[in-house]
Write a protein that binds this ligand. Structure first.
Ligand SMILES: [Zn+2]
Length: 200
């Protein structure tokens, strides 16, 4: 799934706190949002492996949620939802497409790396690939209700994710064509840092 979808899922997992403990909702929303985004900071370095821990984040979330329940302050609540957002992200990657430049080709069997098992988990392709029409449908389904429930700045972030996600879906296949051209201009000295999937 694309990053805007992950970001919105991070917000969505924290939104119930608005009803349960509204004073901690901003911390949970910020934590969930950052946790939803954080794993994909490895986009250019060991993508879906370096910062993706489908088991590790789940193990970290348990004591973090416990600590937030026992000592509810903004920091513990924010940290707990960071791990919840990050585990949601890594689990969701499993249900998307494979790690390849044109994932609609379905040639990659790498969805997300599970460090606990020491192996790549294969993609289930319920959402065929990031930026697919179904990915957009998932984003819309989650983000539109959030526009009515959340207050700023989170409402604006959800709206921004909708705009960016919609644009990305519209350009997804053209961007895949463009990537090898753009990365082809990277000087030889830095070519080693260009992920394999961006080379032709
Ligand atoms: Zn990811």
């Amino acid at each position: 799934m694309m990053l805007p979808t992950h970001a919105v899922v991070g917000l969505a997992v924290a939104t119930p706190l608005l009803g349960v403990a509204p004073e901690f909702a901003p911390a949970a929303l910020l934590g969930g949002l950052l946790g939803g985004i954080f794993p994909d900071l490895d986009l250019y370095s060991g993508h879906r492996k370096t910062l993706h821990y489908p088991t590790g984040y789940a193990v970290a979330a348990l004591p973090a949620v416990g600590a937030a329940a026992l000592f509810p302050v903004a920091a513990t609540v924010g940290l707990a939802w960071f791990f919840v957002g990050a585990v949601a992200h890594c689990r969701m990657d499993r249900y998307g497409g494979g790690l390849e430049l044109e994932p609609w080709e379905e040639t990659s069997e790498r969805a997300v790396y599970d460090h606990a098992r020491g192996e790549w988990r294969e993609p289930k392709r319920w959402i065929p690939y990031d930026g697919s029409p179904l990915d957009l449908l998932l984003l819309l389904t989650l983000a539109v209700p959030l526009l009515f429930v959340l207050a700023d700045p989170f409402r604006s972030i959800a709206a921004g994710a909708l705009l960016v996600g919609g644009g990305y879906v519209g350009l997804r296949r053209r961007l895949a064509d463009l990537a090898p051209v753009v990365f082809g201009y990277v000087p030889d000295a830095y070519a080693g840092h260009v992920p394999d999937r961006y080379r032709r």
